[in-house]
Design a protein around this ligand. Structure first.
Ligand code: NDP
Ligand code: GDR
Length: 369
């Protein structure tokens, strides 16, 4: 820890998710005491932060977990009161866009009202003037894009129940800033990935499936819209930007993006290349297929993964974050894909060794594909 810095306390909602794990690691390295809210699940959900955890009986333990849920005001109030944080990072959400069409009401409850519950708890507890609040806002707010590239002033046009819920969360954060003088910021983050990415998001689904195909554990990867364009960065880099937003003199909202755009198809090609596989495409639309050197179909379109309303293209302009926060994305697209493929190949190779001995899949679920 920087000796001049008073030891700070942070509370992270969504600490068991991709971003929560990177942020917890980052803050612990900076000397913070880190509290995280986890929800009760029937299976362990802490694998992303296990490496950071020390038994609470250890005198040096600085990571503490508390049960709570974004849909349960009293649990949020209790944890905030007990931990008395300097900074709150609100990362918890039903974060899957496609799933939000299946569970729109739950998504609104956890993502929109959940944000309100945290802000209101801070206000009721009389902490509005001392707590700094970060809201995990999203490029999905731009949806049907009105301007390219998208920046802080670009109008929003949400295209899913998830994005509509996040729009409420975005504005309620600004409202608490203006109404109660809270230090509250929106980080409008474009897609960010890592080997810790959930297995049903497209990048991880691709790297995981191609590694399985390489090891003879799977035959074909089924995807939806191959033409969707995204601005993909690394989660580790983006959590540094989230922290920087809470270290400024005054609270503001920032777009965080790489400024580079690629299609889902290009992501598949790049991942395949890392595995020494060359893909030859043939057909169009729902008939499009990707073949390996031996003529086996290893990628196919399945319309079940199409969304009722799609976000076709996103490309961010993070000039403000670069100028005011001094933030830059450190990881290139090629490095991101290589890191994800490397980790998924390791897992697939383990599974390849275990399978002949009758052991079931040890990493993730087959349903995730
Ligand atoms: P993940 O889906 O990996 O993690 C979501 C986290 O929220 C998990 O810890 C999950 O718990 C928790 N959670 C979900 N519902 C609840 C609930 N009702 N109560 C308490 N906790 C809950 O998402 P990411 O880490 O990728 O994203 C973090 C945040 O950033 C999300 O808000 C997301 O919407 C937003 N975002 C993400 C971007 C990205 O590209 N990754 C881009 C822009 C915004 P559990 O582990 O038990 O499931
Ligand atoms: P997104 O991420 O919707 O941008 O939301 P996702 O990886 O799910 O989709 C990106 C694009 O790929 C297309 N796609 C597929 N997507 C999935 N999941 N599965 C498929 O098989 C598939 N085939 C094609 C999608 O249609 C889409 O266009 C992520 C989440 O992390 C949000 O929480 C976050 O707010 C935004 O990024 C920024």
């Amino acid at each position: 820890m920087d000796a001049r810095m008073k030891q700070k306390t942070a509370l992270i909602t969504g600490i068991t998710g991709q971003d929560g794990a990177y942020l917890a690691e980052f803050l612990l390295k900076k000397g913070y005491i880190v509290h995280g809210i986890r929800r009760r699940t029937s299976l362990f959900n802490t694998h992303r932060i296990d490496h950071l955890y020390m038994d609470a009986h250890e005198p040096n333990a600085r990571l503490h977990l508390h049960y709570g849920d974004m849909t349960d005001s009293s649990s949020l109030m209790r944890v905030i009161q007990k931990t008395c944080p300097d900074e709150i990072y609100n990362l918890a959400a039903q974060s899957h866009v496609a799933v939000s069409f299946e569970e729109p009401e739950y998504t609104a409850n956890s993502d929109a009202l959940g944000t309100l519950r945290i802000l209101e708890a801070v206000r009721i507890l009389g902490m509005a003037k001392r707590v700094r609040f970060y809201q995990a806002s999203t490029s999905e707010l731009f949806g049907l894009v009105q301007e390219t590239p998208q920046k802080e002033t670009t109008p929003f046009y949400p295209r899913s129940p998830y994005a509509a819920a996040k729009l409420y969360a975005y504005w309620i954060t600004i409202n608490y800033r203006e109404a109660y003088g809270m230090y509250a910021c929106n980080g409008v983050l474009f897609n960010h990935e890592s080997p810790n990415r959930g297995e049903t998001f497209v990048t991880r689904k691709i790297t995981r499936a191609l590694a399985h195909i390489k090891c003879g554990l799977q035959e074909c990867l089924y995807l939806g819209n191959l033409n969707a364009l995204r601005d993909w960065g690394h989660a580790r880099d983006y959590m540094e930007a989230a922290w920087l937003m809470l270290q400024q003199e005054s609270p503001e909202d920032y777009v965080v993006a790489t400024g580079e755009q690629r299609s889902v198809r290009e992501f598949v090609e790049s991942a395949a290349e890392n595995l020494g596989m060359k893909i030859r495409w043939s057909g169009e639309g729902v008939e499009e297929k990707g073949y390996d050197r031996n003529g086996n179909c290893i990628v196919a379109v399945d319309p079940r993964y199409f969304r009722p309303t799609e976000v076709e293209t996103l490309l961010g302009d993070s000039a403000k974050a670069r100028a005011k926060l001094g933030w830059i994305p450190r990881t290139s697209f090629a490095e991101l894909v290589a890191e994800m493929v490397k980790e998924d190949l390791k897992e697939a190779q383990c599974e390849e060794l275990l399978k002949p001995h009758g052991f079931p899949a040890v990493f993730g679920s087959r349903i995730a594909s």
